[in-house]
Design a protein around this ligand. Structure first.
Ligand SMILES: *[C@@H]1O[C@H](CO)[C@@H](O)[C@H](O)[C@H]1NC(C)=O
Ligand SMILES: *[C@@H]1O[C@H](CO)[C@@H](O)[C@H](O)[C@H]1NC(C)=O
Ligand SMILES: *[C@@H]1O[C@H](CO)[C@@H](O)[C@H](O)[C@H]1NC(C)=O
Ligand SMILES: *[C@@H]1O[C@H](CO)[C@@H](O)[C@H](O)[C@H]1NC(C)=O
Ligand SMILES: *[C@@H]1O[C@H](CO)[C@@H](O)[C@H](O)[C@H]1NC(C)=O
Ligand SMILES: *[C@@H]1O[C@H](CO)[C@@H](O)[C@H](O)[C@H]1NC(C)=O
Ligand SMILES: *[C@@H]1O[C@H](CO)[C@@H](O)[C@H](O)[C@H]1NC(C)=O
Ligand SMILES: *[C@@H]1O[C@H](CO)[C@@H](O)[C@H](O)[C@H]1NC(C)=O
Ligand SMILES: *[C@@H]1O[C@H](CO)[C@@H](O)[C@H](O)[C@H]1NC(C)=O
Length: 453
């Protein structure tokens, strides 16, 4: 049993640690964190965060050199985690390390906070490899904590960082590494800035998305580097709309879709702006998978360099540089309207064509393609010849490759668009435009070309 003087001494140290620091700048080691990567530092870290919060907010420092293993830690208003370069927060691999409800499974979780953030140049690591049951170069088989019945199928693993119902979120200059599931998740947030963040996920692990922006408004993402298995920047709408999202000056590689709207799409997406993003060897470039009746409007994609290639068809995506689709997921869903979408100054090298598909009761309208260079080339060994309507809808449909496939569209402007085809002898290669006349109108072509090189 600890003696009273010792307890008083510890208390005093904590009070001094908190009050001496400027705007409250505390170190987790002052609160007893060991940082050896083996002991759980959860309690010390949480005490440091809570002490910092109750003194009005400030920074909680994770000194360089430490590996701070932890169960879920809860961020508080006004508290910024400063993970120094060379320091790591390690997420625990046990189910008991996380709260009861799967919706709260995060290594770092902020709920209903204002002005909290993460920075410092260091790293949060989800130890994702500990969740791989069987590695498979096609797609890893993952651990599933689904015994509780609280979550479904194989999507039952902890996410890395979550901000829920929060405002003035700031995540900058930090590495988010090896999440077991989604990496950075913003839920019903407003005014978020994600800047200079590096995200690395295992390329063969399903569902390790980069940044999921769910039911959140006013989000700015810039100078991020995202190299991961699943969707990299992924706005979703489950309980509310996603308004005013900007993502710029970033680099992405993914075995799924680089910028992906949906597929959860129950509410609207509007006023999004994506600019100056390089998409490298991804399974899909710019994508909209609208399946649940939410509408998309006023979105601009500009100044992008894209390369897309085939990977295993176990993953959604068929090497499309641009993929805009709206269809009812199943008989209980509705298709959403997609309108006023601009693609400007985009060049791509890809193994498949652009895919634009609305549905009978929700035409795509006012799509503009301006200054676009589409290069078609084959360099992987996977075969083509499929249209991909997943999830739901018509699933995978056998079809030849088209430079641009169009159905159920009213209003499409093609202006200064070139298509160039490399190689011949591939089955169904070099079919520049494919459209169903009965379902397409108000299309204009100005300065469009297709050449075989
Ligand atoms: C990120 O943090 C490191 C370590 O503190 C610092 O050296 C570097 O300048 C920061 N970079 C940016 C872009 O803020
Ligand atoms: C739990 O996940 C395993 C592994 O993915 C799967 O085989 C099983 O059907 C899932 N059970 C439930 C109830 O979701
Ligand atoms: C986003 O803005 C819309 C429209 O103003 C509002 O209905 C919604 O509640 C906002 N979402 C959040 C999380 O603030
Ligand atoms: C859009 O969001 C940014 C923050 O990311 C904010 O600064 C800006 O004021 C918002 N614009 C509008 C029109 O609300
Ligand atoms: C585009 O983004 C890259 C980072 O990916 C940056 O280095 C470059 O300066 C940006 N270009 C412009 C014109 O802002
Ligand atoms: C999408 O737009 C249609 C047509 O304007 C409208 O009926 C529907 O309610 C909208 N969906 C949502 C989720 O607001
Ligand atoms: C597209 O590129 C042209 C020529 O480089 C430039 O003038 C224009 O501002 C760019 N448009 C956008 C939306 O960035
Ligand atoms: C047409 O687009 C190309 C890029 O694909 C660009 O270099 C060129 O300036 C554009 N031409 C006009 C007239 O805008
Ligand atoms: C394609 O297959 C050939 C022969 O099996 C192999 O040498 C080559 O590395 C493969 N290329 C790719 C990109 O997988």
């Amino acid at each position: 049993m600890a003696s009273l003087p010792l307890l008083l001494f510890l208390l005093l140290t904590i009070i001094i640690a908190v009050t001496q620091s400027n705007g409250s700048h505390v170190s987790v080691t002052t609160f007893g964190a060991i940082g050896d990567g083996h002991h759980y530092d959860t309690t010390s870290i949480q005490h440091a965060i809570d002490a910092c919060a109750s003194s009005g907010g400030g920074r909680v420092r994770f000194p360089a050199g430490g590996k701070y293993l932890t169960a879920t830690i809860f961020l508080r208003s006004g508290v910024v985690l400063e993970i120094e370069k060379g320091a790591q927060i390690l997420g625990g691999p046990r189910q008991e390390d996380y709260p009861k409800e799967s919706a709260r499974w995060y290594v770092v979780l902020a709920e209903k906070v204002k002005g909290a953030g993460i920075t410092g140049g260091g790293e949060i690591n989800g130890q994702g490899w500990k969740f791989i049951v069987r590695p498979d170069p096609r797609k890893n088989i993952m651990v599933s904590w689904n015994s509780t019945g609280d979550c479904l199928g194989d999507e039952c693993r902890p996410r890395l960082v979550g901000f829920i119902d929060s405002t003035d979120v700031r995540v900058w200059n930090v590495t988010l590494n090896q999440p077991a599931y989604w990496c950075l998740h913003l839920v019903r947030c407003s005014n978020s800035v994600v800047e200079d963040v590096r995200i690395y996920g295992d390329f063969n692990t399903p569902n390790n998305d980069g940044i999921d922006i769910e039911d959140s408004n006013h989000t700015m993402i810039t100078r991020c580097h995202i190299d991961t298995g699943d969707d990299a920047i992924c706005p979703k709408s489950s309980t509310g709309p996603v308004y005013n999202l900007t993502a710029t000056d970033s680099w992405i590689r993914t075995k799924s879709c680089a910028i992906k709207f949906g597929s959860a799409s129950f509410f609207d997406f509007s006023k999004h702006y994506y600019n100056n993003i390089t998409i490298f060897e991804s399974h899909r470039g710019l994508g909209m998978q609208i399946r649940d009746g939410g509408n998309v409007s006023d979105v601009t994609f500009s100044n992008m360099k894209i390369s897309t290639r085939y990977y295993d068809p176990l993953w959604w995506g068929r090497a499309e540089p641009i993929y805009i689709t709206s269809c009812a997921r199943d008989s209980s869903s509705k298709a959403g309207f997609i309108s006023n979408i601009n693609f400007v100054n985009i060049s791509s090298v890809s193994e498949n064509g652009v895919f634009l598909s609305g549905s009978k009761h929700a035409l795509l309208s006012n799509l503009n393609f301006i200054n676009i260079e589409l290069v078609y080339k084959r360099w992987s060994n996977y075969s083509g010849g499929l249209y991909d309507y997943r999830p739901g809808c018509q699933g995978l449909v056998k079809h030849n490759t088209a430079g641009m496939m169009m159905e159920y569209i009213s209003g499409l402007q093609i202006k200064n668009v070139s298509m160039r085809w490399f190689g011949s002898g591939f089955k169904g290669w070099n079919d520049p435009l494919e459209f169903k006349a009965s379902s397409v109108d108000k299309i204009s072509f100005h300065d469009w070309s297709s050449d075989v090189l």
